[in-house]
Design a protein around this ligand. Structure first.
Ligand SMILES: Nc1ncnc2c1ncn2[C@@H]1O[C@H](COP(=O)(O)OP(=O)(O)O)[C@@H](O)[C@H]1O
Ligand SMILES: [Mg+2]
Length: 308
């Protein structure tokens, strides 16, 4: 009999998405193919500490983590340094896509439509920031910590008075922020991609936001409904998929990722972000998008391990 591959399921972590990660790990533990794999749980605590001995003899680390310190290339570099294979995008792609300014620069460079945006450091004066926003961005705008996730520290701002408050809030989470022009009443659609060279690209799914801002509170306490087949015309579906592929390639993604878009009232498609370690419980958007491509959750876990 073939020996089983030992898979380290890394979860928890020094990230605001620590608790969500526990659910991801549990879902993977329940569904991983045990005929082929022997999973070992590797828990990272909220201080970032874990028993590195558990990495001994691991064939592949499955990254069941999300957010800062986990999705941003730091954990990937740590594993890279020890010669351990791991799931999802590698160091550089992880760094770019968790850094909203770098990510927008890369999208723009690749010719993808992005909203107007400006990046700022914490040493910049907030009234000067406000002047630049008035000049280049206007209202409504979105103020975000540069490196975060789950809408943490993100504000939608309608006027200059609220802008200063939003800037202070975003700087609580990072010493860099991004301010973007707001898409009015956008539709939010998301594409799943799986692969290194040959890619499986899902049709876009949709977060039924009805044009509302998908805030942290909403995400965790009253999540919007989602659909795996966004009600869009054929041409738009193909266009969104093509843009998703372009963004995946432009930022050097491998393994898998979820690519999110905002579509405005005129049908213009703006790329919003790439999530390199997207929500991954059985009922999360990414696994459901792959299911609609004919890949069951259990097989998805296997494929992601093979791609690593
Ligand atoms: N430029 C924008 N225009 C309109 N809505 C936006 C814009 N940027 C973000 N949003 C809203 O804010 C939410 C969170 O922003 P996002 O950039 O996805 O941050 P996170 O990385 O925390 O998920 C989005 O899902 C969307 O509802
Ligand atoms: Mg998002």
């Amino acid at each position: 009999m073939e020996t089983k591959r030992k898979i380290g399921i890394i979860f928890g972590g020094q990230s605001p998405e620590h608790e969500v990660s526990k659910m991801t790990a549990q879902s993977i533990m329940e569904n991983i193919d045990r005929e082929r794999f022997e999973p070992v749980e590797i828990f990272i605590d909220k201080n970032g500490a874990f028993d590195t001995n558990l990495l001994e003899g691991i064939d592949v680390a499955f990254l069941a983590v999300h957010g800062p310190n986990c999705e941003d290339g730091k954990l990937q570099q740590f594993l890279e340094d020890r010669g351990i294979k791991y799931t999802g995008p590698k160091v550089k792609a992880s760094q770019i896509n968790m850094d909203k300014i770098l990510m927008h620069d890369a999208f723009k460079e690749a010719g993808l439509a992005v909203v107007e945006y400006l990046g700022f450091d914490s040493h910049e004066d907030s009234t000067e920031i406000a002047d630049k926003v008035a000049e280049k961005i206007g209202y409504p705008c979105f103020v975000k910590p540069n490196n975060a996730g789950s809408s943490i520290g993100v504000s939608r701002v309608d006027n200059q008075t609220n802008l200063i408050e939003a800037i202070t809030e975003a700087f609580r989470y990072d010493d860099k922020i991004i301010i973007e022009s707001g898409v009015q009443k956008p539709r939010e659609v998301e594409v799943g991609i799986l692969g290194n060279n040959d890619l499986t690209i899902s049709d876009p799914g949709e977060v039924m936001s009805n044009g509302e801002f998908y805030s942290y509170e909403t995400k965790y306490f009253q999540p919007f409904d989602t659909a795996t087949n966004a009600d869009l015309d054929h041409d738009t579906i193909e266009k969104v998929k093509e843009l998703a592929k372009k963004a995946y390639r432009a930022t050097g993604c491998t393994g898998y990722s979820r690519i999110d878009f905002l579509i405005d009232q005129n049908g213009e498609i703006f790329i919003n972000e790439i999530n390199t370690l997207p929500g991954f419980t059985k009922i999360s958007m990414y696994p459901r998008l792959m299911k609609s491509c004919g890949i069951e959750y259990k097989d998805l876990i296997t494929k992601i391990i093979e791609l690593a």
